[in-house]
Design a protein around this ligand. Structure first.
Ligand code: ZN
Length: 134
C-alpha cells in the first residue's frame, strides 16, 4: 500500500461522512450557486460559502454522536412536513367517501365514513369518547 493511500485511510477513519442533511445541504448549495450565477450577489456568495463550509465540517467531523443527532433533528422536521402533505393528499383523495376529524383531547386526526348526521365516536389512541356532526 502506498504512503498516500495509508495517509488517506488514516485521515478518513472515524469521520462522520455523508447523511441526509449533507445531501440536503448539497442541493441547497447547488441552488444557491446556480441562482448566484445570474444574480451575482455578495450575500448569496457568503451564504454559499457558509453552506459549503458546514457540509465539509459535518462530513469530516469526528463527533459522530453530535452529527447524528443533528441529522435526526433534520429527519424529524422533514417527516413532519411529509406527514402534513400526506394528510392533505389523503383528504383530497377521500373527499367524497370520508371525513377527517380531530380528537378533541389528543388532537389525533381520525377518518370517518361520510355519513350525514350526528355521530358518537371513541378515539382509538386515547379512548376519549366524543360527538361530531358531518
Ligand atoms: Zn384522542
Amino acid at each position: 500500500m502506498s504512503r498516500f493511500k495509508q495517509a488517506m485511510i488514516r485521515f478518513f477513519a472515524g469521520r462522520y461522512g455523508v447523511d441526509s442533511l449533507y445531501r440536503f445541504c448539497f442541493v441547497l448549495w447547488l441552488i444557491l450557486a446556480a441562482t448566484n450565477m445570474f444574480v451575482g450577489s455578495k450575500i448569496l456568495y457568503v451564504l454559499e460559502l457558509l453552506v459549503m463550509f458546514w457540509m465539509f465540517f459535518r462530513c469530516f467531523s469526528k463527533n459522530i454522536v453530535k452529527r447524528s443527532a443533528e441529522n435526526q433533528k433534520y429527519l424529524a422536521i422533514v417527516g413532519k412536513i411529509k406527514d402534513f402533505f400526506r394528510l392533505k393528499r389523503n383528504k383530497w383523495r377521500d373527499r367524497k367517501t370520508h371525513s377527517y376529524r380531530k380528537c378533541p383531547s389528543c388532537h389525533a386526526t381520525l377518518r370517518f365514513p361520510k355519513v350525514k348526521g350526528e355521530h358518537d365516536a371513541t378515539c382509538p389512541r386515547c379512548k376519549n369518547p366524543f360527538h361530531f356532526k358531518i
